[in-house]
Design a binder for this molecule. Structure first.
Ligand code: FMN
Length: 379
């Protein structure tokens, strides 16, 4: 029998860091950088494996993959080569010791019992370090290739409620059980083994709509939302609202955000590289195609908003741009904790090349600010 593993330990990602830092999007070609640059991320397995091992060594808390099934087009076919996230997580969990690795799973595409068993398998491999990001579907075109019709927006989250309910039952109920809901009618269900250590994996969601947010607050441990660099008070207010809405459902939730980091020895170098990667060498055709998928065009939103959206998507598909020298990057990250955020999923143009500098220069600054334990400071 494995030792007992408390849920609180999983939710805190097995450590005391006040600001959790994860790597977001490394299972996809180009990661989150819509750029033509030669050194853009490959997303290949051997690069992911080397990255995860380095991340594990330097004390990064989590890896969060993107559930994406086909490329966005453009000159690079942005995110055109992606590794399936639960198998990816299993491989990484087998090769690491401390880091939490998420799978990002489209509830409408996976039978919940098969999914629950995959999660248990990954969690057993990682001895309690698997995490689940539940997504309901973002890009309509992706569902067509499966022959699966996307439900309308509200129904998506109704369905996801039943789906996660079934997964959690499979993780916890001993013996046989039935389930009769609006979307599922299951008979004589029995599932063993259970997740590692007698507790459930950490779960997260990043719904942006009112329904998506309510789903996350009622069902998940962590909620990802956007943060604004220009107005920390607005971010703090948003975090307070989210936490108080969760309380109204009798729940506690950790709030996270996503960011795109360019960190160089000097501010000038960081800004120049950032401009080079995301303006001069942006894959503008891919940006145009991404925006078209979301029905964002000068005709639908007006030229000014369209230009702002183009810039945001070229800069890593949205997310907080954090560009500067190590002092600046550490200060921005510290500001997120001050706003009440529990952590951030970050991306780099080339995760493997850029992580060591970030780990050597930014993480110690965060330690000195009292936001992170020394490397590998586990509970
Ligand atoms: C951090 C983060 C990770 C996400 N990961 C994925 C993903 O991998 N696959 C996907 O289809 N959608 C992903 N999404 C989209 C959300 O799940 C959600 O569908 C989107 O924010 C729109 O919100 P809504 O569904 O409430 O309209 C992600 C969003 C964020 C902010």
């Amino acid at each position: 029998m494995p030792n007992k593993l408390a849920r609180a330990v999983r939710v805190s990602m097995h450590n005391d860091n006040a600001l959790k830092i994860g790597l977001f999007g490394a299972n996809c070609s180009s990661g989150r950088a819509v750029t033509l640059l030669e050194e853009r991320w490959s997303g290949a397995w051997k690069d992911c494996l080397a990255l995860a091992r380095t991340a594990d060594d330097v004390g990064i808390d989590f890896m969060l993959p993107i559930g994406r099934w086909k490329g966005y087009g453009g000159d690079t076919d942005y995110q055109g080569a992606t590794l399936e996230t639960v198998t990816w997580a299993s491989g990484l969990l087998a090769s690491t010791k401390r880091i939490t690795v998420f799978g990002t799973v489209h509830a409408p595409l996976f039978n919940p019992l098969i999914a629950a068993k995959e999660f248990v398998t990954a969690d057993q491999i990682g001895e309690g370090r698997f995490g689940l990001n539940i997504v309901c579907g973002w890009n309509e075109g992706e569902f067509d290739m499966f022959g699966v019709e996307q439900r309308d927006h509200d129904r998506r989250y109704d369905y996801a409620h039943e789906w996660i309910d079934i997964v959690k039952r499979a993780w916890s109920i001993d013996g046989n059980w039935d389930y009769k809901g609006e979307f599922f009618n299951l008979k004589g269900v029995r599932m063993n083994p259970k997740p590692f250590g007698g507790s459930h994996p950490i779960t997260m969601n990043a719904g942006a709509s009112a329904n998506g947010r309510t789903f996350a607050l009622k069902n998940c441990d962590a909620f990802f939302t956007s943060a604004t660099r220009t107005d920390p008070e607005r971010t703090a207010e948003r975090v307070r609202d989210i936490k108080s809405e969760a309380k109204s459902y009798g729940r506690e939730i950790d709030v996270y955000t996503v960011g795109v980091v360019t960190c160089r020895p000097t501010q000038k170098e960081a800004e120049e590289y950032h401009h080079y990667a995301t303006v001069e060498c942006a894959d503008w055709k891919a940006v145009r195609d991404i925006l078209a998928l979301k029905n964002i065009s000068p005709a639908t939103v007006g030229q000014e908003t369209y230009e702002a959206q183009r810039r945001a998507y070229a800069n890593g598909m949205g997310g907080l741009p954090i560009v500067g020298d190590p002092d600046h990057v550490a200060d921005v990250l510290a500001g997120l904790t001050a706003a009440g955020l529990s952590g951030i999923g970050i991306s780099f143009v080339n995760y493997g090349r850029e992580l060591p500098f970030f780990a050597d220069e930014v993480l110690p600054r965060l330690q000195r600010k009292g936001l992170r334990a020394a490397r590998n400071g586990r509970i």
